[in-house]
Design a binder for this molecule. Structure first.
Ligand SMILES: Cc1cc2nc3c(=O)[nH]c(=O)nc-3n(C[C@H](O)[C@H](O)[C@H](O)COP(=O)(O)OP(=O)(O)OC[C@H]3O[C@@H](n4cnc5c(N)ncnc54)[C@H](O)[C@@H]3O)c2cc1C
Length: 429
């Protein structure tokens, strides 16, 4: 039985671990319609194939080569971003783009073309992939990159695992002076202030992100910006890993806990306003040391709703979404608001587009939660936005098709031996 990060259910799968590159062509051919599965850190059904085969890629975790002068890294696609950071950082290099957890595989990061807090400066993960090897279930190997077989590359970056199995990738890392970032925490009182801060920060700060209190009604929140810096001699803080030890019978995030949670969090962060120095693991991956934190939503699991809408209508659309959430009586603690830059996306189905993205976690309360999503969908659709597939488990097909205009082009590159719960739900097969 396998579930994804949202724990909305558990489904029977036939698990087939992949570990040896030489055996991959045979392993992929022998199976029925299958799907690559990395760390299962996607929230919804993009990494699931109920009743079918999952090719577990985490055994494909070898470094192949690393050029310390150029920062070019070749590795297998099941390698974790954490292991790349730990190898590269002491040598003065780092991944240019990283999501909010480093416990994901290179293949998963490419297939969802993940983004970080620095989209306006560095684009998305796929912007830093120089080449990749794709294995098709008919035994074909396709070597592609932005310059070589660019259409295969654009279909596979953000291609949701549907074009084949990525076996290896070549990544261009970026130089850093060390593991430290200088950060600044700025409380804001309204959405207007958020947009002013975002505009003012984009040229001088590489990383920008904000937490928004979606219950306050005013759009107050905490804006965090950061740049890499040198901090020689600074001791690295010891990491203390903890675990959510059990699944509580009901979600700990609920109508009683949310308002006090959000208020306490806002006030705590406000009291920390100003500049500080942060270690990259604490800054980029604040939840990685609380293992299985997704259990706190109880046995019914949770949804994440992440949308992006164009900048010109961004303020009005975000305001409308916050109002719809307040009116619904549902609420979110992990609510993140940030802007994306203008850079064109590398993948046909990449999520980032110029604009503002809002990501919200909601405990699964069945019909009530789904009704709220219908209202949010209407706002996103009208604004010309889209929903992020790495997080989705329920978006309607019409919104998917409207949000991803290169879908028909993408479909030509699909591997007929690969299918997922999401592809069946949104693409019909
Ligand atoms: C705490 C947390 C924070 C997050 N923050 C962010 C964030 O800031 N930005 C962001 O963009 N995302 C974020 N995510 C989402 C996460 O980065 C993506 O879902 C990522 O793709 C998960 O990688 P994975 O290895 O777990 O892949 P899985 O979830 O197992 O699979 C994801 C997709 O990749 C495909 N895939 C996996 N391996 C291969 C392969 N070798 N070849 C072909 N296809 C493959 C799968 O078929 C599936 O379609 C976050 C997730 C969590 C849990």
């Amino acid at each position: 039985m396998v579930s994804s990060w949202g724990r909305l259910g558990q489904w029977e799968h036939e698990l087939r671990p992949l570990a040896e590159r030489a055996q991959l062509p045979r392993q992929l051919q022998a199976a029925g319609p299958g799907l690559a599965h990395g760390m299962g850190r996607s929230y919804g059904d993009v990494c699931l194939n109920p009743g079918g085969v999952l090719w577990r890629t985490t055994g494909l975790d070898r470094f192949i080569s690393f050029d310390q002068d150029s920062g070019l890294l070749r590795c297998e696609a099941g390698l974790l971003l954490r292991d790349i950071q730990r190898l590269a950082l002491p040598r003065g290099w780092m991944l240019p783009v990283t999501p909010g957890t480093q416990l994901v595989t290179v293949g998963g990061a490419i297939a969802n073309d993940v983004h970080g807090k620095n989209h306006h400066a560095q684009g998305s993960f796929g912007d830093h992939v120089r080449r990749l090897e794709l294995l098709r279930t008919d035994g074909r190997r396709i070597d592609c990159g932005p310059q070589h077989e660019p259409a295969w590359f654009a279909a596979t970056v953000g291609g949701l695992g549907l074009t084949g199995v990525i076996s290896t990738a070549e990544l261009q890392l970026r130089r850093v002076a060390g593991p430290w970032l200088e950060t600044e925490t700025l409380p804001y009182a309204s959405l207007d202030e958020f947009f002013q801060l975002a505009d003012a920060s984009e040229s001088g700060w590489e990383h920008t992100v904000s937490w928004i209190d979606c219950l306050s009604g005013k759009g107050r929140g905490i804006f965090l910006r950061a740049n890499h810096c040198a901090a020689a001699g600074r001791a690295v803080p010891p990491a203390r890993a903890r675990s959510m030890p059990f699944v509580p019978p009901v979600s700990l995030v609920n109508q009683f806990s949310l308002a006090p949670f959000n208020s306490a969090y806002f006030n705590l962060q406000k009291s920390r306003a100003g500049k500080a120095l942060a270690h990259y693991e604490k800054y980029f991956y604040p939840l990685d040391n609380l293992h299985e934190w997704n259990r706190m939503y109880g046995p019914r699991g949770f949804y994440q709703y992440q949308s992006v809408v164009p900048r010109a209508v961004g303020r009005a659309a975000v305001q409308a979404m916050l109002q719809a959430i307040a009116a619904s009586g549902e609420g979110s603690f992990l609510a993140v608001l940030k802007t994306f830059g203008e850079r064109p996306a590398p993948g046909m189905l990449s999520f980032p587009q110029p604009g503002v993205t809002l990501a919200l976690d909601f405990p699964n309360r069945g019909e009530r939660t789904l009704r709220l999503f219908e209202r949010l969908d209407a706002i996103v659709g009208e604004a010309g936005g889209r929903i992020y597939m790495a997080k989705d488990a329920r978006m309607p097909r019409a919104l998917f098709e409207a949000g991803y205009p290169r879908l028909a082009e993408f479909t030509q590159y699909r591997d007929p031996g690969i299918s997922s719960a999401m592809s069946r739900r949104l693409m019909g097969n």
